[in-house]
Structure formats: structure tokens, C-alpha cells
Design a protein around this ligand. Structure first.
Ligand code: NOJ
Length: 560
């Protein structure tokens, strides 16, 4: 298919620069550190890198609070370092996506510094201001990081909206000047040669201008009905495509919490001219409970099967899926859905989860360390955590006595975003070869045996398995193009599906059992040639070993 966009066959590798590799010993990862490790990414076979924000930022939310969209965060290096990274990545055939964070800026951005000066300031309308009500904020919304979604710059003054921290004021996209600024900063990076954008909470940019109270969710009202997929979202995305993106051969992926399959079809349908793909959150929310993500419930397999299958069939032929298990906001998947209780189980389940995801239709995203099967890192005490969301939740739940500190720490160790942010494990040496200084966040002690150096040349490692998966995607058209059907729908421990394309059938069978699983019902599915398995050849093909994954390819007998 010559007219198929390049990103359909790509695999994206997500780099969290702060935790990837520190080249100058200050304990913080940086751009030269990424340059040093392009070999690793190339060897894995990923052909696109998504960089989390690298712009100037006071780091209230690790770079998601930007104070200058055209400058590099000094801790990460210089613009010359960025240019060198882009050049070298391109030389190796690796593309680079930037993180576009334009739902909000930092409160230290010059626009906000001006806007806060008063109602008559020309930048005032770059943000969303309202008078308070009854001695309090204009409405009952809570912010995504806890507490109210409104703050004042001076007592008695107007309130500004911040759906995240008070240091992340929301931009007013209904102001055409704001949209022009965003278009212009996008062009700045595109003209440098970047290959696209991951767009932070992009479906929050259009708010219902009435800003009504939201339904109560705990203490605060929920902003979602009035800010998520708001009234002018599609208009703004189409405008962005028309005004900025159209002439460039780039890729766009929107981070879109709360999207349904229907919304995603609207956003990613190629003839509507919006985005190429979105990150949906349904499969990542299946283990949420009454306290949102702060609970210990597992992801239930039947719900996971139903959800991922619905997204596969729902977008087929209409839009395009992104595929992910991990990112900088999620705990490590092998500790969450796999099994990190022993080395054998960790390795087997990490590979199985990779196989399950990478053979689906969509563009896979691998988060740094996932290709090694990196696990959660239960840090010793709350003082070791750095993530604003975790620290706010700690305050909210423990200081008000709703949970004991021990209970909350247990939840944090399982669900904190810092689980994904501990430094990349390159070697078994001090600080995992991440830094010669003191790492900004502790390194997982398991780096002594779980590290890249041990895995790269080991044909049985998680790394080698991921490498094979990425290679299969690139070589087999059926992985990109085939349709999808869930098999053994009601099976409590097997997630099985098939893909069909031009007379071929690709079958994927994944066991979620931690022990041997004899399954005669799988017999009719074991057709064709085995392309990949995370175990040596089986003595009895109807017995699945713990977390076994098998990928098979055959001719389509039904079609013959
Ligand atoms: C989503 C990002 O992935 C997350 O890390 C950040 O805190 C929020 N958006 C706010 O920008």
C-alpha cells in the first residue's frame, strides 16, 4: 500500500529525558545522554522517539508546565544539543516527536506574568478568568491533582482556571490570538525538522464557556462534562491541521483521557483532518475504584479482553489505534498486569504482554525500560517520592485522616507515577549506569540483575523478544492491516485473538495463568507456523506454560 502513512508500520519509543541518561553527573538525565543511547533504541528496532517535554520549565509537574516553548530546559542541555540529537536520530532513520503541552502553560510563562497584571492587560484573555461566587471560586470543579481547579493571583481578585496544578493555568483557546501563538510555536519546531507531536490532554482545550458546576465526585465537582471533548474541540483540531500540519509529513497522537471509541473515530478518521491517533485510557482505568486510581484492585481479564477488543473492532477501517501499556503516568505493566514475583515469571509475563499488544492493529508505544521488563519501585518512604500528583494525594488522603499513612504508602507504592520515572537501568553498576552523581529519584535495587547490559545480547531476554515483535510488525502486512476477532471469549485465563488479511490468519494466544494450563479448547486454534513463542517448543501443545504467548500464521482455510 504505497499511500499508507509511514506511522502505521512504526514503533514509537518513549523517552522520559529526566530519567533516561545523565551525561554530566548532576543526577538528571539530559539530551546528550539520549544521544549516547540511540544505539539501544535502534537495536530494538523502534523508528520513532517521543520525547517528554524538554522545554524551559520551573518543573512543578516535571516539564508539563512550560515557561518558554522555544527554549530547552537548561538541566537537559542546549538548543545545540537538541539539534545534534535530531540530526543523529535522522541519520539513523529515527524520527522524533515533541510533546506539545498547550492546554496550559506555566504560571511563569511571560503570557501569564502579563495576564496577572490586571483586567486591562492585553494578555489577560489568554487565560480563563472569572469572578468568585459566594466568597469562593466561580464553580465547584476540583483539579486533576486534587484541591480546587481555581486560584487567585491576589486576594479579592478574579480566579483563573487550572485543571492541573495552580502553576499550570489553562489557556483560553476561544481566543484566536492564543490559537495563533500555538500554531506559530508548532511551526517553529516543524521547521527545525521534528516529525510530529504527542499532544498533552488535547481534548481538554475547549471548555463550555458557561463553566457550570459539575456533578460531585467526592468533595469537588467533576470538570469532565464541560471540558473533555468540549464544544469546539473538533473545530480547533481541524484548524490546526489546515493552518499548520498539512504541508508536513508528520505524525500526531493526542492524549485524550475520557474518549470513547466514537470520539476516537471522529478525531482519527483520515477524511476529517484532525489527528492521526489518540491515547485512550479505558484499558488503563479498569483497576480504578472508589478512590480513583488509589486502590489495589487488579485489572480484571474479562474486562480487559472486552475493552481492547472493542477498540480494535471499533476503529478498524475508520480511524487508527495507538497501543500502549506504559508511559510516564502509569505504574509498570509487568508489576500491574503481569507477575514480578520471580525472575521466571517476570520475564515470561513481560514477553507475553508485549506479544498481546504488539500483534494488535495500531501504532505501538514502548516506554523506556518496558523492553527490559522493568518493574515498579516501592520507594522506602513518602519523602522519597517526587511526583506532584502523588504528594498531593498523600496530603489529601492522610492529613485529613481518611487513610492511615501505612495504607496510603501501600497504595502509592503500587500506583504512583514515580514507579515509571525511576532511572533507566543500563547496567548492574552503581546507580544502574544512569548517572555518576546522585540520581534525582532512587534507582530500583533490582538493577543489579535487571539491566540493559545483561539483556541486549541474550537471545532469551525480554529485550530480544520485543525486538522480534517489532521486526514482525514491520515485515508482516497482516499486523498493520488485518481485521480482528476475539477468540475463546469467555475463557477466564486465555486472551486469544486472530487477525485476517488477504487469505492469511495470524493467531495470538496468551495465557494469564501463573501455573500450567491445560486447554483442549485451544486445539482448533493451533493452526499454521509458529512465528514466536516465549518458551522453547512445547511437549504438549495443549498445555500452556505460565504466561505463555504464541503467535501463529496460517493460510485462511475458511476463505480457501
Ligand atoms: C498528561 C501528562 O502525561 C502528565 O504527566 C501531566 O501531569 C498532565 N498531562 C498535565 O500536563
Amino acid at each position: 500500500m504505497t499511500d499508507s502513512p509511514w506511522w502505521k508500520k512504526s514503533t514509537v519509543y518513549q523517552v522520559y529525558p529526566r530519567s533516561f541518561c545523565d551525561s554530566n553527573g548532576d543526577g538528571i538525565g539530559d539530551l546528550p545522554g539520549i544521544l549516547c543511547h540511540l544505539d539501544h533504541i535502534q537495536r530494538l528496532g523502534a523508528d520513532v522517539i517521543w520525547l517528554n517535554p524538554i522545554y524551559a520549565s520551573p518543573n512543578d509537574d516535571n516539564g508539563y508546565d512550560i515557561s518558554d516553548y522555544r527554549a530547552i530546559m537548561p538541566e537537559f542541555g542546549t538548543m545545540a544539543d537538541f539539534d545534534a540529537l535530531l540530526r543523529e536520530a535522522h541519520r539513523r532513520g529515527i524520527r522524533i516527536l515533541m510533546d506539545l503541552v498547550v492546554n496550559h502553560t506555566s504560571d511563569e510563562h511571560p503570557w501569564f506574568r502579563e495576564a496577572r497584571k490586571g483586567k486591562d492587560n492585553p494578555f489577560r484573555d489568554y487565560y480563563i478568568w472569572r469572578e468568585g461566587k459566594n466568597g469562593g471560586p466561580p464553580n465547584n470543579w476540583g483539579s486533576a491533582f486534587g484541591g480546587p481547579a481555581w486560584a487567585q493571583t491576589e486576594e479579592g481578585g478574579e480566579y483563573y482556571l487550572h485543571l492541573f496544578s495552580p502553576k499550570q493555568p489553562d489557556l483560553n483557546w476561544d481566543n484566536p490570538a492564543v490559537r495563533r501563538e500555538v500554531h506559530s510555536l508548532m511551526r517553529f519546531w516543524l521547521d527545525k525538522g521534528v516529525d510530529g507531536f504527542r499532544m498533552d490532554v488535547i481534548n481538554y482545550i475547549s471548555k463550555d464557556p458557561a463553566l457550570p458546576d459539575g456533578p460531585l465526585k467526592g468533595r469537588w465537582g467533576d470538570f469532565a462534562p464541560f471540558c473533555v471533548n468540549g464544544p469546539r474541540l473538533h473545530e480547533y483540531l481541524r484548524e490546526m491541521r489546515r493552518e499548520v500540519l498539512r504541508p508536513y509529513r508528520v505524525m500526531t497522537v493526542g492524549e485524550t483521557p475520557g474518549v470513547t471509541v466514537r470520539d476516537a473515530c471522529l478525531i482519527t478518521s483520515p477524511d476529517r483532518g484532525e489527528l492521526d491517533m489518540v491515547f485512550q485510557f479505558e484499558h488503563m482505568s479498569l483497576d480504578e475504584g472508589e478512590r480513583g486510581k488509589w486502590c489495589l484492585d487488579p485489572i480484571p481479564l474479562p474486562a480487559l479482553k472486552e475493552t481492547l477488543s472493542r477498540w480494535q473492532t471499533g476503529l478498524h477501517g475508520k480511524g487508527w489505534n495507538s497501543l500502549y501499556w506504559n508511559n510516564h503516568d502509569q505504574p509498570r505493566i509487568v508489576s500491574r498486569l503481569g507477575d514480578d514475583s520471580s525472575e521466571e515469571k517476570r520475564t515470561a509475563s513481560a514477553k507475553m504482554l508485549g506479544a498481546l499488544l504488539h500483534m494488535m492493529q495500531g501504532t505501538p508505544f514502548v516506554y523506556q525500560g518496558e523492553e527490559l521488563g522493568m518493574t515498579n519501585t516501592p520507594l522506602p518512604g513518602i519523602g522519597d517520592y517526587r511526583d506532584i500528583d502523588t504528594l498531593n494525594a498523600w496530603r489529601e488522603w492522610t492529613l485529613e485522616g481518611r487513610l492511615s499513612p501505612e495504607e496510603m504508602l501501600r497504595l502509592i507504592r503500587r500506583r504512583s507515577r514515580d514507579n515509571a520515572r525511576t532511572p533507566m537501568q543500563w547496567t548492574g553498576e552503581t546507580h544502574a549506569g544512569f548517572t555518576s552523581g546522585v540520581p534525582w529519584l532512587p534507582v530500583n535495587p533490582n538493577h543489579v540483575f535487571l539491566n540493559a547490559a545483561r539483556q541486549i545480547d541474550d537471545p532469551d531476554s525480554v529485550f530480544s523478544f520485543y525486538r522480534k515483535l517489532i521486526c514482525l510488525r514491520r515485515t508482516l502486512e497482516i499486523v498493520t492491516e488485518g481485521d480482528y476477532r476475539l477468540l475463546l471469549e469467555d475463557h477466564p485465563l486465555l486472551f486469544a485473538y486472530e487477525r485476517r488479511w488477504r487469505g492469511e490468519v495470524l493467531t495470538v494466544l496468551c495465557s494469564f495463568s501463573s501455573s500450567l494450563l491445560a486447554e483442549p479448547a485451544a486445539a482448533p486454534l493451533l493452526r499454521g507456523r509458529e512465528l514466536l513463542c516465549n518458551y522453547p517448543p512445547a511437549e504438549d501443545p495443549l498445555v500452556f506454560r505460565p504466561y505463555e504467548a504464541r503467535i501463529l500464521l496460517s493460510g485462511d482455510t475458511a476463505a480457501e
